[in-house]
Design a protein around this ligand. Structure first.
Ligand code: PEP
Ligand code: MG
Length: 591
């Protein structure tokens, strides 16, 4: 619902789908559809009309292929593949047979029958509470409009290729084909009544970096072409006739955002060094080999955690040794010379294989999870270890075991690793004889015996997500006790310190790859405790680097000293916030 703020100013709220703020004149694309008259046809006319329909379908197919080719070339294969769904509509025999049947039974013209049948399908899909199916309704309508235009001999209703001046597009809906035509230089932003975050139109807006808001309900009816508006793609807001005050406030926000993004871009390829010269390794967490591009684009120095279990879930069959080898090798190659740490798979807990019959457990997080599962499913583990070993021939791979709870599991896993190395030697298959092996510290027991582990390993990586859950006995998935999930709890601070000291005593590095590492408020505490490397989701790496380059290691150490003495998690958190906000206020601006 619009809210009146100032005389003439109206704010509309929707769903933010593509970041950025813009302002300018608006162009409202009408909801006018070509008029689709119903005509009764003779038998002879009917045969010709079915042919006309066939020709329109072929023409539509060519047009879609052409748009797809342009989009793939200009924006990438992923965006291009959006149009596969459109081509499928044209090949939907059930739909087309029904159209022809209606024409023949009711003796009506092609456009009337096509529009009636396709709209019935689309309306059914649109009514289902499911973003994916609703999106299929948009696809259906997009294709229907094209077919109808071709049947009626009309040009595309929204030809957005020849806009005369820069504008914000407002429309009830924008189909992916319309979006693909948008001239980035002329379209400042767009807003639609319908749509969701996962809609194809939203995906395309993001990849074109055009600020966009969707889901404005009926707002398009309230706008008129030529009016002035401001569109905020961060918060999902469109302000019609913005007042001077609003423009001023937004001007500041825009300037700050732009400045911050520029600053992050400026240091993208610079190392993460504190003001007093301490070098921090900043790496990224990934889930598939193709994420390597994002790792590079965000200036991360390799991968600190490759969650390989995503190769195993959401699919019918287990990936074999060869498929895994290809995936690990691809990641290693893409990121050379930076290291890529492959974590052996962490199944169980909340991540299951749909096709493996695993007995239900009372407490899955305390059950047969991660390394425990591997040590029971030796065939699966063998495939993975052999694949990792083979890919290690690239020279920049490392591997680590998840959820190690004591020396026994490490010894067992390492014995298997040695066995598979011996197998490969016998088979004359190359691998990196110096492959570094590490373990994740995710259980309190592992932290307490980190000394025994560290003496047998080349690195440790603290998985704070689990370490917090297990140490504080707080289920990380349970929102009713989320307030107890406290990364700055004194127990956590001390367990991290124990782990760091054990690693450094044995002259091996220690990283943190849990979410704590990617939080700019908590990163200084980790560094002060002596952590050598932080691994975070790729887009979170630039802000971390920005923070580190404004931090003095001496301040981080003081913070850690305080935390190690302090008895209150809340007080530790407050100190962390004070430090981060003081040194990098730009990261904490309200958007
Ligand atoms: C962790 O537990 O902190 C971790 C990085 O592993 P995951 O989140 O995959 O359990
Ligand atoms: Mg974990």
């Amino acid at each position: 619902m619009p809210e009146a703020l100032h005389k003439g100013e109206k704010t509309f709220r929707g769903i933010p789908v593509s970041a950025g703020v813009c302002r300018g004149k608006i162009l409202v694309l009408g909801r006018t559809r070509p008029s689709i008259g119903k005509r009764h046809l003779s038998e002879a006319e009917l045969a010709e009309d079915v042919n006309r329909l066939e020709r329109a379908l072929v023409q539509t197919r060519h047009q879609i292929l052409e748009v797809q080719r342009k989009v793939s070339k200009g924006m990438g294969a992923h965006e291009g593949s959006i149009f596969d769904a459109h081509l499928l509509v044209l090949e939907d025999r059930t739909l087309l047979d029904e159209v022809v049947r209606m024409m023949q039974e009711e003796k009506v013209n092609a456009e009337h029958a096509f529009h009636t049948v396709a709209e019935r399908y689309a309306a059914t899909l649109a009514a289902i509470e499911d973003d994916y199916l609703r999106e299929r309704a948009t696809d259906m309508r997009d294709v229907t409009a094209r077919v109808l235009n071709n049947l009626l001999g009309l040009d595309n209703e929204f030809d957005l290729r020849h806009l005369k001046e820069p504008c914000i597009i407002i429309s009830h809906d924008l189909t992916p084909s319309n979006t693909a035509q948008l001239d980035k230089l002329k379209v400042l932003g767009f807003a639609t009544d319908v749509g969701s975050k996962t809609s194809h139109t939203a995906i395309m807006a993001r990849s074109m970096r055009i600020p966009a808001v969707v889901g404005l309900k009926n707002a398009s009816e309230e706008f008129e072409t030529g009016q002035y508006a401001l569109l905020d793609g961060f918060n999902g807001v469109v302000v019609l006739n913005p007042s001077d005050q609003t423009l001023f406030e937004y001007g500041q926000i825009i300037r700050k955002q732009v400045t911050l993004q520029e600053k992050l871009r400026d240091i993208l390829l610079n190392p993460a060094i504190t003001l007093d010269g301490h070098r921090v390794l900043l790496s990224a967490n990934i889930e598939q080999a193709s994420d390597a591009e994002e790792v590079k684009a965000n200036g991360a120095e390799g991968v600190g955690l490759f969650r390989t279990e995503y190769l195993f879930i959401n699919r019918e069959h287990l990936p074999d040794e060869e498929e895994q080898y290809q995936a690990y090798r691809a990641a290693a190659r893409a990121l050379k010379p930076f290291p890529v740490v492959i974590r052996t798979f962490d199944l169980g807990g909340d991540k299951f294989l749909s096709h493996l019959q695993v007995p239900a457990e009372m407490n899955p997080f305390l059950g047969c999870r991660a390394i425990r599962f591997c040590l029971q499913q030796l065939d699966i583990f063998r495939n993975q270890l052999r694949a990792i070993l083979r890919a290690s021939a690239e020279g920049n791979l490392k591997m680590m075991y998840p959820m190690i709870s004591g020396l026994g599991e490490l010894t067992q896993a390492n014995a298997l690793l040695e066995e598979y190395k011996a197998e490969l030697r016998r088979e004359n298959i190359g691998f990196d004889e110096n492959l570094e092996t590490g373990a994740m510290i995710e259980t309190p027991s592992a932290a307490l015996v980190a000394d025994s582990l560290a003496r047998r390993l080349k690195f440790l990586s603290i998985g704070t997500n689990d370490l917090i859950q297990y140490s504080l006995a707080v289920d990380r998935m349970n929102e009713t006790i989320a307030h107890l999930y406290e990364p700055t709890h004194p127990a956590i601070v001390r367990l991290i310190k124990l782990t760091v000291d054990a690693a450094h005593h044995h002259k091996i590095p220690v990283s943190v790859c849990g979410e704590m590492a990617s939080d700019p408020v908590l990163a200084p505490l980790l560094l002060g405790l002596g952590v050598d490397e932080l691994s975070a989701a790729p887009p979170l790496v630039p802000p971390l680097k920005f923070l580190i380059r404004r931090l003095k290691m001496s301040e981080a150490k003081q913070l850690a000293d305080f935390a190690l003495e302090c008895e209150s998690g809340v007080e530790i958190l407050t100190r962390c916030q004070e430090l981060s906000r003081r040194i990098a206020p730009g990261l904490f601006e309200e958007k």
